[in-house]
Design a protein around this ligand. Structure first.
Ligand code: ZN
Length: 255
């Protein structure tokens, strides 16, 4: 049972309890409205913060004694992915790429290069539509299966991990993942590289939080993120960290 299902059940029981109190003792509506607002805020928080594991279990970091982190790139492959791969190669670091199926079809060679150079390619839906959080379970299953097929056809590898667009989850995603059997990967360091303009600020956001087992979210979608990546790898090198794929990171988990 997910946290949401438990919360929903409690809300249902409270509603029945309140209706009884309202009829028999004339309880004020304020009690019910307050409880509803509390419950609603909890659902919103759980839906927007993947680390809360509210709708489904997501891995957002790992406990390990090794000085390793996992840099993850969302929303590619794009025209910037080659530069990202060049920088990773030069620094000897590995990363996981949560790719959009449609973009793999547009940039198939980059998907191949990701795998060939020892990184991992994972599922980030086919369309990454702005409205995907409102999609039905059937539609989500289609999105994920189609992307898995494209990745398998292009690289020979079947993705084992999935990351929901925008990190937003809901009961439909929970049902979808239960069926697709992907492991859901979140992050514990959100760079906000698609929002913040200053590379300095983005880098600082990341480096102040880096520790063993961190999962860092970047996007291979802009020049800015490439500059941040170069400086981040320098920071990791200076502090004896290395970046590995999410798969590797999970293997280095403290037993
Ligand atoms: Zn995304």
């Amino acid at each position: 049972m997910s946290k949401h299902q438990i919360g929903y059940t409690i809300f249902g029981v409270f509603t029945l309890f309140y209706v009884y109190g309202y009829i028999v003792n004339g309880w004020s509506v304020i009690y019910y409205v307050s409880f509803f607002v509390l419950w609603f805020v909890m659902v919103l928080y759980g839906s927007f913060f993947i680390r809360s594991n509210y709708h489904l279990k997501a891995i957002s970091s790992v406990k390990t004694d090794e000085r390793v982190v996992s840099i993850t790139f969302d929303d590619g492959p794009t025209v910037h992915t080659n530069a990202v791969l060049d920088i990773l190669k030069k620094g000897g670091h590995k990363a996981s790429f949560f790719c959009i199926g449609q973009r793999i079809q547009e940039n198939p060679l980059m998907a191949e290069r990701i795998v060939k150079e020892g990184h991992s390619i994972e599922n980030h839906t086919y369309s990454h539509s702005k409205h995907i959080s409102f999609a039905s379970t059937k539609k989500l299953i289609e999105e994920i299966e189609k992307t898995d097929e494209i990745i398998k056809r292009q690289t020979g590898v079947k993705p084992q991990f999935f990351r929901p667009p925008y990190g937003v989850t809901n009961p439909n995603f929970m049902r979808t993942i239960r069926q697709s059997k992907h492991v859901v990967i979140g992050w514990n360091i959100r760079s906000l590289d698609t929002v913040i303009e200053s590379e300095d600020k983005i880098l600082k956001r990341i480096t102040k939080l880096v520790k063993n087992g961190s999962i860092i979210l970047l996007h291979d979608t802009s020049e800015k993120s490439i500059i941040v990546l170069e400086r981040l790898l320098q920071y990791l090198n200076d502090n004896n960290y290395r970046s590995v794929t999410v798969d590797e990171l999970l293997k280095l988990r403290k037993k």
